[in-house]
Design a protein around this ligand. Structure first.
Ligand SMILES: Cc1cc2nc3c(=O)[nH]c(=O)nc-3n(C[C@H](O)[C@H](O)[C@H](O)COP(=O)(O)OP(=O)(O)OC[C@H]3O[C@@H](n4cnc5c(N)ncnc54)[C@H](O)[C@@H]3O)c2cc1C
Length: 450
């Protein structure tokens, strides 16, 4: 095992600050470029205040548009610093910001009187390019925010979303054609440097890195079994004699299966095995939708691609003096990986696992988790079974505020809470923990949705 993967306490604060400062610096620089006419004599002709704001908005929108594929490209470095889930949240937020900025841009031009309201003439095709760009952005944002309402499956939405790539080219063409200043002197130099840098990052992320990793991401199914009701346990071993797949307990990977019976799609799953386990990777997958329901067709020997690891939901990135794990249903998988790793280390870390599930038949690896107490002397397990008639009269059946008040120890500095489960449960638990004096900084949360 790659021991370097298990160094605790690396927070990447410096890298975070540098990356935020770079983005802020770029936006400030673009503000200066957009506002340049306003501070010169040209202001009399073209530099009214709304025009200046419109130009600045358009330049900010272009910066955010360029950022979009970088945020979504699953770059390992950015994932280590911020976590893929947060990068994708920022991707969604900056997409909406981009839409607001681009939609305001033509309005400000009309308000200033620089452009006349009405149908565009044939000479105004560069303006039409900008218009198409705005329509594309509306499509991207509406289909993302209201995906479920529009009854779009995740795969249909991804295909539509990828179709948005030309929007960046349209926005840049619109700017270069209309703003002649951008095609001259040092400003042209600035755009060439920025665009070459951007294209290199995108090409590296989409083409070069995947090609380099193809061999190390190739696995085959070594065993597959039903671990609990509607939950598959799939174990994988590397297809070739490759360097070990190194990850932290709690991290996830995207997997895709090569089988004529299973659609060739990538889906994210937490690695349930521990880094210290033998050369195989184990996943526990709940049949919850179209694709996961088809996993009953997986056979030993099927080829699987594993892209990862990703995510920052790992106690191994922190210096914790005690660990409280709160899991709902299949949200146990990151906890299981962590517990398995701690048991390999014969750790004496105080750990409390609070696991809420419906019935024992739906709880994967229950017996194994109970047995981990032997290797982990300070492991405490609290089970909350919501749908089992055999549960005693005083047994807790809901993971709610009163239950947490009973089960949670008083907060002590150094305690770390790991929380993973259904979205509604997680938000209720977060609120309850805050009320019990647990600060947000002591909570790590993983939602099983990106
Ligand atoms: C970080 C992370 C770790 C996860 N770990 C586990 C685990 O250990 N065990 C487990 O059973 N489940 C896990 N999941 C959930 C699992 O990824 C989804 O249940 C699965 O992708 C659903 O696919 P489906 O087509 O069967 O269901 P659908 O009903 O089609 O999809 C349900 C929802 O899953 C999400 N989703 C679907 N396809 C994708 C995709 N290709 N990429 C990203 N999201 C998608 C969408 O939000 C969608 O609305 C994890 C999810 C994430 C984000």
């Amino acid at each position: 095992m790659n021991q370097t993967a298990l160094i605790r306490g690396k927070s990447y604060t410096a890298q975070k600050i540098i990356l935020w400062l770079l983005l802020l610096g770029l936006l400030l620089f673009l503000t200066r470029i957009g506002a340049r006419h306003y501070f010169r004599d040209e202001a009399v002709k073209t530099g009214t205040f709304p025009v200046m704001v419109g130009r600045v908005f358009a330049l900010w929108a272009i910066a955010l548009l360029l950022l979009q594929p970088v945020l979504a490209a699953r770059l390992r470095f950015l994932d280590r610093v911020f976590g893929l889930d947060r990068l994708l949240k920022f991707h969604r937020f900056s997409g909406i910001a981009c839409l607001i900025l681009t939609s305001s841009h033509p309005m400000l031009m009309y308000v200033s009187g620089l452009k006349k309201l009405g149908p565009l003439s044939s000479e105004q095709w560069p303006e039409a390019l900008g218009g198409i760009c705005i329509v594309g952005l509306w499509l991207a944002v509406v289909s993302s925010v209201w995906r479920k309402f529009l009854a779009l499956s995740y795969e249909e939405w991804i295909r539509l979303h990828k179709f948005m790539a030309p929007v960046v080219i349209l926005a840049l063409s619109h700017m270069f054609i209309i703003e002649s200043a951008m095609r001259k002197g040092w400003l042209l130099g600035f755009w060439i440097v920025l665009l070459v840098l951007w294209a290199s990052i995108v090409i590296a992320a989409k083409v070069v890195f995947p090609a380099q990793r193809a061999a190390s991401e190739a696995f085959v199914v070594s065993s597959v079994s039903a671990e609990a009701d509607k939950i598959w346990q799939i174990s994988l071993k590397p297809a070739a004699d490759i360097e070990r797949f190194s990850f932290l307990p709690g991290q996830f990977a995207f997997i895709s299966v090569e089988s004529s019976e299973i659609p060739h799609e990538e889906h994210p799953f937490t690695i349930a095995s521990a880094p210290a386990d033998s050369a195989s990777l184990q996943f526990l997958i709940k049949a919850s939708g179209d694709w996961t329901k088809k996993l009953s067709a997986v056979r030993t020997g099927d080829k699987v691609r594993v892209s990862g690891p990703f995510g920052v939901f790992s106690s191994y990135r922190h210096q914790a003096s005690s660990l409280i794990m709160i899991a709902g249903g299949i949200g146990i998988t990151p906890m299981l990986s962590t517990l398995r790793q701690l048991s390999h280390e014969k750790s004496d870390l105080p750990v409390k696992l609070i696991w809420s599930y419906r019935t024992s038949a739906e709880a994967p690896c229950l017996a194994e988790i109970e047995s981990l107490r032997q290797a982990l002397p300070n492991l405490e397990i609290e089970k909350i079974v919501s749908r089992e008639s055999s549960a005693g009269k005083d047994a807790l059946t809901r993971l709610d505020k009163p239950a947490l008040a009973k089960l949670m120890p008083e907060f002590k500095a150094g305690a770390l809470v790991m929380l993973c489960g259904p979205t509604a449960m997680m938000s209720d638990v977060r609120v309850a923990l805050q009320a019990l004096g647990y600060p947000s900084s002591a909570m790590l949360c993983e939602e099983f949705s990106l």
